[in-house]
Design a protein around this ligand. Structure first.
Ligand code: AMP
Length: 194
């Protein structure tokens, strides 16, 4: 299969835990397999714990190049993965996020905790502001993200967020649809018209 046009490297944001259902591991492996089949490379936080480790192992097994970016302080806690194509060690969380986002052509969040949410909202808000023009996607399983998307709908309903920016967020629950959704994404106008 040919590479997804324009989307070569995909940053994955996902839990440093695995959740309490096998569904979370399964969707992670499936997302990685779909991206590998589309010729993509993976960028992620460089750890070997939780869904982060599941994704990295699945990618390496599929022959997909994997680039990790981790802080020196987290090398122990999140156990920096030693088998990656490349592992960059940076000094701060800010540097880590910036590096991951600049390496990637697209960003995808899978189930995770507050670190995942923080990373997801940073890149999504940057998209809304026109700081970058890269697709951002949320992969749902087991209605994990339903409370979040309901909150975003409420922001739109109550006049705090534009529907066009909500609609620019890619939401998929079938990983097979992800590569094409990233590839076909069209940016909305930036919030302040940049
Ligand atoms: P979590 O979703 O909380 O399990 O964390 C997932 C990933 O996000 C892990 O690699 C965390 O180190 C990372 N993370 C947690 N907090 C932050 C933060 N403030 N900035 C950047 N990454 C973070």
């Amino acid at each position: 299969m040919t590479a997804v046009a324009g989307v070569r490297r995909v940053a994955l944001y996902l839990g440093s835990a695995s959740g309490n259902s096998p569904e979370y591991r399964d969707i992670t492996v499936e997302v990685v397999r779909q991206l590998a089949a589309a010729g993509c490379e993976m960028v992620y936080g460089g750890g070997s714990v939780g869904l982060m480790g599941v994704a990295a192992d699945a990618a390496l097994e599929a022959g997909m190049p994997v680039h990790g970016v981790i802080t020196r302080a987290l090398m122990d806690g999140e156990t920096g993965h030693t088998g990656l194509t490349s592992l960059e060690i940076v000094e701060s969380m800010t540097e880590r996020k910036d590096r991951m986002a600049s390496l990637a052509d697209a960003m995808v969040a899978l189930p995770g905790g507050i670190g995942t949410l923080e990373e997801f909202f940073e890149v999504w808000t940057a998209q809304v502001l026109g700081i970058h023009r890269k697709p951002v996607a949320l992969v749902d399983v087991d209605d994990y993200w339903s409370p979040l998307t309901a909150m975003v709908d409420q922001m739109v309903d109550r006049g705090f967020f534009a529907a066009q920016h909500r609609d620019a967020l890619i939401r998929v629950s079938d990983p097979a649809l992800l590569p094409a959704a990233l590839d076909q994404w069209v940016p909305a106008a930036a919030k302040w018209g940049r």
